[in-house]
Design a protein around this ligand. Structure first.
Ligand SMILES: [Zn+2]
Length: 105
């Protein structure tokens, strides 16, 4: 997919979620969508992970960036998978990065 289409998809997804859940706030959204947040430390290859089996976002405590930013990012991956959208790894990152701009902490 071209990058512009990825951005548009991220925007559409974000707007649907905001309408569906009635909030742009990430903490509220995690509560309503019943997504657990787990804080762990692992060798800092990644900042965060989404554990699909347990509906849990894992935040790497060793990450040197704001944890809410990590949660918002993983939330993007969560909703892409929930909607059954299949993308290449690169495209998915572009969609997620567009998605995150619509949310607040
Ligand atoms: Zn990502």
């Amino acid at each position: 997919m071209n990058p512009e289409n990825c951005k548009t998809l991220g925007e559409k997804l974000a707007k649907n979620i905001i309408e569906q859940f009635g909030t742009q706030n990430v903490s509220q959204l995690c509560q309503i969508a019943q997504i657990n947040i787990r804080y762990e430390s692992w060798n800092p290859v990644t900042l965060g992970e989404f554990d699909r089996k347990n509906n849990t976002i894992c935040v790497n405590l060793l990450a040197k960036i704001n944890h809410k930013e990590i949660i918002t990012h993983e939330l993007g991956h969560y909703f892409i998978h929930k909607e059954g959208i299949i993308l290449s790894r690169n495209d998915e990152e572009i969609v997620v990065n567009s998605f995150t701009t619509f949310f607040t902490e």
